[in-house]
Design a protein around this ligand. Sequence first.
Ligand code: ADP
Ligand code: TYD
Length: 219
Amino acid sequence: MENTRRGVHIAFEGIDGSGLTTHSRRLVDELSNMGYKSEYFKEPTKGPIGDLIRSFLRGDDRVRHDLLALLFAADRLWNYHASTKPIALLKEQGYIVVSDRYKYSSAAYQGAFTDLEWVWIINSRVPHADIIVYLDVPVDVALRRIELRSKNGVAREHYEKAELLEKIRRNYEVVLRKAEEEGVVVIKISGVDSGGERSIDEVAREIKEKIVDFITSRR
Ligand code: ADP
Ligand code: TYD
């Protein structure tokens, strides 16, 4: 098994429906096939705080963004340090850890509706990722995908509305700039081109190439 000298933490970010789960899972499979030790993590987690978050997100519209920010930060801290398979330990063991959302989601989502600086601070107990893969997809494309998913029986969640996602998408620009200023490498992958939506395979190929370059340059 190939080993990275030190672990690498990759965070996938983007609005709902941008393809985070599809592409982060696929990258883990591809890295594993190449012989890298790689693990997939999703936020909100399947732990006790993640369950609580999901119940809020599926509830009525009177959601408190500050309360959600605290819960997301706690869920993340638990996942990083205190779960049965903590990210901190895997990183020490040289794993490539792939997060399907990380603290930049809190900054972009809750930070769009509360105080971004405060959200940034309450998340400072977990370290930055090494690299962010940002899937840049227009809101109308993302909503069309979410619509298809909800027809397949998946209930819509709190943030899955055009005006909220537009605001979050704009806020991602601020968040990615802040992360870059603090030393995180950011790669932006466009979900569309002049011909419209790009295929899953094409986007996945671009992600894999860029990530393999990044990992190789760090070894
Ligand atoms: P997210 O985790 O960002 O909400 P998902 O990966 O769960 O997104 O869902 C994205 C949906 O969009 C999937 O049903 C997927 O098949 C579809 N899709 C269509 N084109 C693409 C693409 N180029 N990249 C990713 N997903 C795509
Ligand atoms: P997710 O399960 O990724 O949504 P889906 O797979 O259905 O697209 O995330 C659930 C929702 O939580 C999503 O709207 C993004 C939001 N979220 C935040 O608002 N803040 C956070 O810190 C995280 C991790 C997610």
